[in-house]
Design a protein. Structure first.
Ligand code: ZN
Length: 85
């Protein structure tokens, strides 16, 4: 669970929904156990522009990027990423 999202119950419900959909895409059967594992293995961010949670990738990939400087302004969903400036 992303710490900045944990305070928002509504956001959490949306993330649950997105996780279920994502698991469907990955052909994982949704059970309470697999859902919990899914919530831990996928990471979500809140878009700084539209304030909607979006899928940020698998948490395993995140570790590799840890050294990269992470700016909060960069947390925009695919729908809000500006096209070539
Ligand atoms: Zn957005």
């Amino acid at each position: 669970m992303h710490p900045s999202l944990s305070a928002h119950r509504h956001t959490y419900d949306r993330i649950l929904d997105m996780t279920k959909k994502r698991m469907g895409m990955d052909k994982i059967e949704v059970t309470p156990e697999s859902l919990e594992a899914g919530l831990k293995s996928y990471s979500y961010y809140e878009c700084v522009q539209c304030k909607q949670p979006f899928f940020g990738g698998m948490k395993v990939c995140e570790a590799e990027e840890e050294e990269r400087e992470f700016k909060k302004e960069d947390l925009v969903c695919p729908g809000c990423i500006p096209l070539n400036p």
